[in-house]
Write a protein that binds this ligand. Structure first.
Ligand code: 9MR
Ligand code: 9MR
Length: 566
């Protein structure tokens, strides 16, 4: 008894030993701000930094504050060690706790590459080759050349049951379906980042099958999904199917073992407008691209006909429950439902305007001008349109308003850093945590700050963006580095079918987990979260789709943020 008790106590101590000091586990650049958060109130004078050989570096971390979590009441000590600038491997020590970290130039370069490469690793409809994927190679799954038109999507020229081909594209997330709304958001935010950080992305090679052509690897990767998206448009009328899906989620099996019939399901106004927006943007960016010579013309036509379809069908929203009352088979997979298309109108009109310079689109954009500028997410795509106005026509009256709104959004966030537990602008309200928050709040706010930086050249915004990034990389309430394949406390069991079913110990690398989510919508499967606190409500368990799934929109937001850092 006694021994068991002792053992348990020791194990508990070991488990928490590495986790008590929270810092960026991936890498810090020599001249950036460097902070760590230590659980509890500690005497900062006793906190030490040692080099790889265990020798004290002679730089004493500075006390910044004791920060108290507004919800858990936990007290934490925030320290600053920016004075340490010499590249190398180090450990911070506090009492019996220790946390290792690295300082090096281009500290986030490998992470940036991996977050782009992850899209290759989750491609559907082609074999993933060991030459590019190493141990994550897998045979072709989901060819999607025999997809049926679901009764909800039937039209005169394509009655229910018509077989169409709709290959390629990325798997959406932990599941194997392909959703236009989310695909469009993902492409849109990465193209925006590409336009802002062209030189940086142009220099990044990630070893994919297209790496030897003349196109930037990122753009090649996006093209793999864009060419799938083109197949989702009904050529007869321009409408775009909401998704390509099995009726029910597949089990945790490999793509080649999936046997359920796949369908294209109901055309929707939101999917069609999102499609119009990215096709217009892509037509502009890939114009005259020697590797994809026909694409720009096709994409432009596709964007215009999609937009026209939406004009004729402005309230054709995707409502799965209603759909299931009318059509068989019933569909229970992801919905990306949204009953308000004002933001999609604004985004599509904006991109069509910048492609064609036709004032009619500018008028439409004005009609749908968003009243405020918020974090970009799949359900809030107006911000992607805002980014385009700021990038391409910053002197327009509308863009001036966006500028003011965006800066005040970012300033309000930055105001919170000085009292925060983890030295971050985001994450200081319990509402900042929820399904996908690491991307949809932390990284998304970071992207907002990149635009604020570009507009003002004020470095405080860049600093804020990096602070949010570092939250994701370990300076947070759970101590996890939330990108697979990185960090000392790693996510090992994401809700990702390939990662779980492939028999490889490590998950597919470069994927961002959804993150802490007090909604805990996955409890039905018997999961036990370690905590109910908003920022600790995370479970590295493959069953936890509410906190530990991966998804293209999340990785896209991560890529967009990383593209603008350093
Ligand atoms: O795997 C599914 C994931 O991609 C979704 O985000 C999530 C919420 O829609 O649902 C997951 O599937 C679960 C289903 O909803 C309920 N039964 C268990 C499934 C996971 O194994
Ligand atoms: O990202 C979506 C999130 O905003 C929703 O709350 C959640 C539940 O409906 O669904 C998320 O999207 C999932 C999609 O429906 C199916 N593929 C996995 C996505 C990530 O969990």
């Amino acid at each position: 008894m006694k021994i068991n008790f002792l053992l348990a106590a020791m194990m508990l101590q070991c488990a928490s030993a590495s986790a008590q000091i929270r810092l960026n586990q991936v890498g810090m650049s020599p001249n950036q701000e460097k902070t760590a958060t230590i659980e509890g109130t500690v005497d900062v004078g006793s906190v030490k930094i040692v080099d790889a050989s265990g020798k004290a570096v002679g730089i004493q971390p500075k006390f910044l504050r004791i920060a108290k979590s507004p919800w858990s009441g936990k007290e934490r000590t925030v320290v600053d060690f920016s004075a340490l600038t010499k590249p190398g491997k180090y450990s911070m020590k506090s009492g019996k706790f220790s946390a290792s970290f690295t300082i090096q130039p281009q500290a986030l370069q490998e992470l940036t590459k991996a977050s782009i490469k992850a899209f290759y690793l989750i491609r559907s409809g082609m074999a993933i080759d060991a030459k590019y994927a190493g141990q994550f190679a897998r045979p072709l799954g989901h060819p999607d050349t025999q997809v049926k038109v679901h009764p909800s999507a039937a039209s005169e020229s394509r009655p229910a049951g018509t077989v169409i081909s709709s290959p390629w594209g990325w798997y959406d997330a932990g599941d194997y379906n392909k959703y236009i709304v989310n695909s469009a958001f993902s492409i849109g935010i990465m193209l925006d980042s590409y336009e802002m950080n062209k030189a940086k992305f142009d220099a990044i090679k990630v070893n994919i099958p297209e790496s030897n052509n003349q196109t930037t690897d990122l753009l090649d990767e996006l093209m793999y999904n864009l060419k799938w998206m083109l197949t989702m448009q009904d050529p007869a009328d321009g409408g775009v199917y909401h998704k390509l899906t099995t009726p029910n989620f597949e089990g945790f099996i490999m793509p080649t073992d999936c046997k359920q019939q796949r369908y294209v399901v109901q055309k929707s106004t939101t999917a069609t407008l999102d499609f119009a927006a990215v096709m217009a943007q892509a037509a502009r960016i890939y114009a005259q691209n020697p590797d994809y010579p026909d694409f720009a013309q096709k994409a432009q036509e596709a964007a215009k006909s999609a937009y026209e379809w939406a004009k004729k069908n402005p309230r054709h929203f995707y409502n799965q429950d209603e759909m299931n009352k009318k059509f068989q088979p019933a569909v229970s997979t992801g919905t990306y439902g949204d009953g308000n298309a004002n933001d999609e109108w604004f985004w599509a009109a904006t991109e069509l305007y910048f492609l064609t310079k036709n004032e009619q689109y500018a008028d439409d954009a004005k009609q749908y001008q968003p009243r405020w500028v918020g974090t970009p997410t799949w359900g809030m795509v107006s911000t992607l349109g805002v980014f385009s106005w700021l990038a391409h026509q910053p002197s327009a009256a509308m863009a001036q308003q966006f500028r003011t709104q965006l800066l005040s959004f970012c300033d309000a966030l930055l105001d919170r850093t000085a009292t925060s537990c983890f030295q971050t602008p985001s994450g200081n309200s319990p509402r900042d945590y929820g399904w996908g928050c690491l991307a949809e709040k932390f990284c998304g706010d970071g992207v907002m700050m990149l635009y604020a930086h570009q507009l003002t050249k004020d470095k405080k915004y860049l600093k804020g963006a990096l602070q949010n990034m570092e939250y994701v990389l370990g300076r947070n309430a759970t101590g996890y580095c939330y990108v697979t394949g990185f960090g000392t406390k790693r996510v090992m069991h994401p809700h990702h079918r390939v990662s779980e079913a492939d028999g490889i110990v490590d998950p597919v690398p470069g994927l961002l987990a959804g993150g802490p989510n007090p909604g805990q919508q996955d409890l039905a499967s018997g999961l036990k979260y370690p905590s109910k606190q908003p920022d600790e409500s995370f479970l590295d368990n493959m069953g936890s789709y509410a906190s530990n799934e991966i998804a293209i929109n999340w990785n896209a937001t991560l890529v967009a943020l990383l593209g603008g850092l350093e």
